[in-house]
Every structure is written in C-alpha cells, then in structure tokens.
Design a protein around this ligand. Structure first.
Ligand SMILES: Nc1ncnc2c1ncn2[C@@H]1O[C@H](COP(=O)(O)OP(=O)(O)O)[C@@H](O)[C@H]1O
Ligand SMILES: [Mg+2]
Length: 291
C-alpha cells in the first residue's frame, strides 16, 4: 500500500490485523488542529484477542527523521511503564514496529478522556477558579511521579493532557512523549532536538537540557490558559501577561509568575514546590474543603 494516502493501511498486515474496527481518530477529539497530518497519523481499534481500546500512531513517512520523535516516545513510555507499573496516568505500550513500507508504528492504550483544550472556556470565568486550581494540582501529581524517574515531558500543553472529573475526582492522563527528556538516555549523549509548542514549552529548552523546571513552566502556562480561557494567546511571552493580569489576586499572581519565569533559576525549584504553593493558596481561598 502506498504511504501517500494516509488512509491506505493494510488491515490484513501487522499491526492492524490484530485489531477490529480500525479507523482514524476523529479530528474533533483532539481539540486542536493536530500536527499529526504532517508527522504521523492516528488510528483507533479494539483488540481481537484482548478487547482493549488502542491508539495506533504511525509516522507519515518512512525514514530516520520521521522516526526519531516516535522512537523517543516509545523509549520513554516503556521506561515509565516499567518504573510506574501501577500508574494509570500514562499510555501503556502494547507493541511497536515497522510497517512493510518502512513506517514506524506504536500501539498504546487509548483513553476515553478528552484533551484539556476542549475544556478551555472561551470567556474567562472567575467562578471556576477553584475548578482550575484543582485541575492543575491533579496534573502535578503524575508529573512529580515521572520526574522521580528522571523523565521530563517538555511539551506539556492543553492538547497533551487528557482530563475528566469522575464523581468529583479528577482523572488525568499525560500523553505525547515525543519531546520527552529522559536523563538516563539523553544525559548520556542520545540525540535530543524535540518538537515544542510556542508559549507552552519553557524557553531554555532551545539552548540547554531540560529539567523539572521546564515542566513547572508549562504547567504554569496551562493553568494561566485555564484561568484566562484563551488557548492561543500563549504564543506571546507569558510572564508579562501574567504580571498584567488584573483578574488574579496578588498571591495567585506571585505563584504563577514564579512558575513561568523565563529564567529557570527563578522558578519553583520543582513541580512539588509549585503544587504546594497552589495547595496553600487554594486552602486559603477555600479552607477545609475536601479537594
Ligand atoms: N493515548 C491516547 N488516548 C486518547 N487520545 C489520544 C491519545 N494519544 C493521543 N490522543 C489524541 O490525539 C491527539 C494527538 O496526539 P499526540 O500524541 O499529542 O500527537 P501530536 O500532538 O504530535 O499530533 C492528542 O492531542 C489527543 O487528542
Ligand atoms: Mg500532542
């Protein structure tokens, strides 16, 4: 089958033969214009033997340049699956390989949750401050877990966080590990030149290896997006916008400014510290609640 036509997959060949109902992931689901039509294509299906829902990510062309980022995602997810075997916050890698035409593929868990970007209100809603803080605190937890393995996401943004509230408890999934930095591999010379998202990826990533503070920056940008309701203003420098945001009270503005500081040395030193600052603020404005 030709790789020119992204729909042209051979359902009788691996890996598609192991899954039924294979179809493209509906574009509406991603909550944004996906870059996927350029770099990869996404299919969903259900296992024939093991009835799990899977997402199949296939590079759009064969070749090293296209494979590199997907290889990185596969290696990082496998380390996370090994290091955090009980965590339900990350996709599980079922299998990976190459199609006959040379394209690289990854089969992983498909989650029901939708991207946080689909939840961003178009109008800022001060009444939802608590809801948004609870989301940011919930997102911090799996980040802290993966940082414990020496892995940093680096491209955290509202499209790469899936989120749902079930019986008042947040469900968080972190996806898209193509830009991730794994100290155990990249700290020892593995090539690293990740795709990033303007406004959400920490600025220093362009010139130095990232650490936990890169994800502190991105989580701060995500929280400010939730608070302002504007998904794409993030393309401009965020710190001056937070500083000028009069809808924030002083305490929350300081917590956020310390997250999105352009200089990583001025940020919260870890996601855990940032989380503590958000929890302290939330406890003050909403004391004693069971969040
Ligand atoms: N495991 C998954 N479960 C559910 N939805 C997913 C999953 N992985 C990706 N998606 C959806 O597909 C979109 C694009 O996938 P992603 O891995 O982020 O690639 P890219 O951003 O490079 O196109 C995501 O924003 C999300 O909406
Ligand atoms: Mg993505």
């Amino acid at each position: 089958m030709s790789h020119q036509d992204p729909l042209a997959i051979d359902r009788k060949a691996a890996p598609f033969d192991k899954y039924k109902g294979v179809r493209r992931l509906e574009p509406g689901r991603s909550g944004h214009e996906s870059r996927s039509h350029v770099r990869h294509h996404l299919y969903v299906g259900t296992g024939r033997d093991n009835p799990v829902q899977v997402l199949i990510k296939v590079t759009s062309k064969p070749g090293l340049v296209y494979e590199r980022d997907l290889d990185n995602e596969i290696a990082t997810l496998q380390r996370i699956n090994d290091g955090l075997p009980d965590s339900h916050h990350f996709p599980f890698v079922y299998e990976h390989g190459h199609l006959d035409d040379g394209r690289r593929y990854l089969v992983m868990s498909l989650f029901d949750e939708f991207p946080l970007s689909t939840m961003v209100d178009t109008e800022p809603d001060p009444g939802r401050l608590v809801t948004h803080l609870i989301a940011a605190i919930a997102i911090a937890r799996p980040l802290i877990d993966m940082h414990g393995l020496g892995i940093f996401h680096v491209d955290l943004n509202p499209m790469n966080i899936l989120y749902r509230v079930e019986r008042r408890r947040p469900v968080v999934r972190l996806i898209d590990f193509e830009s991730s930095y794994d100290s155990s591999r990249h700290g020892h010379g593995a090539f690293y030149s990740p795709p990033t998202t303007p406004g959400y990826t920490a600025p220093e990533v362009a010139r130095q290896p990232p650490d936990a503070r890169a994800d502190v920056f991105s989580l701060g940008a995500v929280l400010h997006t939730l608070l302002t309701g504007d998904l794409w203003v993030g393309q401009e420098a965020i710190a001056p916008r937070v500083a000028a945001d009069e809808t924030l009270d002083d305490e929350l503005r300081d917590v956020l400014l310390k997250a999105v500081a352009p200089n990583p040395a001025r940020r919260h030193a870890s996601v855990d510290r940032f989380r503590l600052a958000m929890e302290t603020y939330l406890e003050r404005i909403w004391p004693g609640r069971s969040w």
